[in-house]
Design a protein around this ligand. Structure first.
Ligand code: ADP
Length: 451
């Protein structure tokens, strides 16, 4: 074990032999045996984060109920991933302690907090005991699907707090776990449809996004303020994300006071299994031509194409469809039912190419996605300054999340960024510097390198 510059003790996992047999179907075992370093800081300053008590090599030693173990094994989880190894003992210990946890996309954070919610629920009580918030309905639905498979052998009851889900006039939710988005959650709590008096766990997935004061922060705080405060029995607050930019770290520490913290070193933000490329296009129109010429590659597995604006996603998907290509498009302006059908079709592999916006940049876990295209680079929102696209700074966190839609759980993935002028080239260079990884040029007429 080593100490880093700040004196934090850093867990350096052993690079054990690859254990194919222990890995889930088809996934490679790199992630389970990965060597990325995390910094664990315990809320209890007396504790030793390197004590074996704080690291679980097997699910069995966590003292989980046998019905939960059954669920895990049926999912093909034979041992904890690196982040789970460190996070689960802290998440499950008593008295419950808050957690601020960071680890790259696709490393098993969702599974960790879902397992925590499930193991804290008292199934004999018909009362809501855990709330989980996510930034999009797509992500809320995905989290729910993990709860349902992992909790398959338990008596778990769940409910959504997402738009247009509850039947009109529903007056009471007694489900053990409620998962949703902040606006609908506020409404249901305010109308007393959800009774929060028995809440034990409050989880924010994509927590940096949920706490961002320029975005969802206010709503998330409103939900928290509606929860009961008991000095003797505080609610366990769990924040997870792949990114925690500096401007939300302070707020996160206030939101989840005295939390155990698992942090990634900045240079570890990207997983090496995602190859990053860029293509130098002549202009906007050329970007479209290149995308079309990539089509046969895009459909080898599944791909997600990210645009900055809804109208771009609509425009290119309509054009490609008219030209005979099969693509789906998803963004926040579509109605709830349509969004659900589109993401489900993509998840089931019915559609191979999904053209979208940042709405699904975070969290969506579809193992077959082997390519992400940044048709437009992610840019920071223009807060009324009327800057042109080219003058906006790149949004590094969103970049990391977008490319993290591929390369899930140690699989290999490719990401391609389109640049088309000096400004977009500079934006890409800023991203490259920030993430400390080379983004390799590929000629627009040379696509074989990626195969
Ligand atoms: P994150 O929330 O960090 O993005 P997820 O929890 O969604 O990651 O996990 C990524 C993928 O890896 C999912 O498909 C999940 O089912 C799988 N996975 C997670 N933990 C394990 C494990 N211990 N063993 C095998 N597969 C796992």
């Amino acid at each position: 074990m080593q100490k880093d510059a700040d004196g934090f003790i850093t867990g350096v996992p052993e690079a054990g032999p690859a254990e194919e047999a222990a890995s889930p179907k088809g996934a490679n075992s790199d992630l389970i045996n990965s060597t990325f370093e995390v910094t664990v800081t315990l809320a209890d300053q007396q504790g030793d984060p390197n004590s074996p008590l704080y690291s679980a090599k097997t699910f069995e030693e966590l003292g989980l109920h046998r019905d939960l173990l059954k669920g895990l094994f049926q999912m093909g989880f034979s041992k904890p991933s690196k982040i789970q190894e460190r996070a689960l003992p802290l998440l499950l210990s008593n008295p419950p302690t808050n957690m601020i946890g960071q680890s790259q996309s696709g490393t098993g954070k969702t599974a960790a907090f879902v397992l925590t919610m499930l193991s804290r629920v008292d199934f004999s009580k018909n009362q809501t005991q855990a709330l989980c918030l996510a930034p999009s309905r797509e992500l809320a639905r995905q989290i729910m699907s993990v709860i349902l498979v992992m909790g398959k052998f338990t008596a778990i009851q769940t409910e959504y707090a997402i738009k247009d889900h509850l039947p009109r006039g529903a007056t009471r939710v007694t489900a053990h776990i409620v998962v949703g988005t902040a606006g609908t959650m506020i409404e249901l709590i305010r109308k007393k449809v959800i009774d929060v008096s028995g809440i034990k766990v409050f989880v924010l997935d994509e927590a940096d996004n949920m706490l961002d004061q320029d975005g969802l922060g206010d709503q998330t705080l409103r939900v928290k303020n509606m929860l009961p405060r008991s000095p003797t029995n505080p609610i366990q607050i769990i924040l997870f994300s792949a990114t925690f930019p500096d401007h939300v770290r302070n707020f996160a520490s206030k939101f989840a006071p005295n939390a155990n913290k698992i942090e990634l070193r900045k240079e570890e933000l990207n997983v090496d299994n995602i190859k990053q490329f860029y293509m130098d296009c002549r202009d906007e129109e050329h970007k479209y031509d290149i995308l079309v010429s990539l089509y046969s590659l895009l459909t080898v597995g599944q791909s997600i194409i990210f645009c900055q604006h809804r109208h771009t996603a609509d425009r290119i998907s309509k054009r490609m469809t008219a030209e005979g290509h099969k693509v789906a498009s998803l963004h926040g302006a579509k109605d709830a039912g349509e969004r659900d059908a589109i993401i489900d079709g993509f998840r089931d592999g019915k559609d191979k190419v999904l053209i979208t916006t940042n709405v699904i940049a975070r969290g969506i876990d579809i193992l077959q996605v082997n390519m992400v295209v940044n048709y437009d680079l992610p840019l920071m929102a223009d807060r009324g300054s009327n800057k042109t696209q080219g003058d906006l700074s790149p949004d590094i966190e969103t970049y990391i999340h977008r490319i993290g839609r591929t390369g899930r759980f140690g699989r290999k993935g490719v990401s391609i960024n389109f640049v088309h002028d000096k400004k977009t080239w500079n934006q890409m260079e800023t991203i490259e510097k920030a993430i400390g990884k080379k983004i390799t040029r590929i000629e627009t007429n040379d696509l074989e390198v990626m195969e």
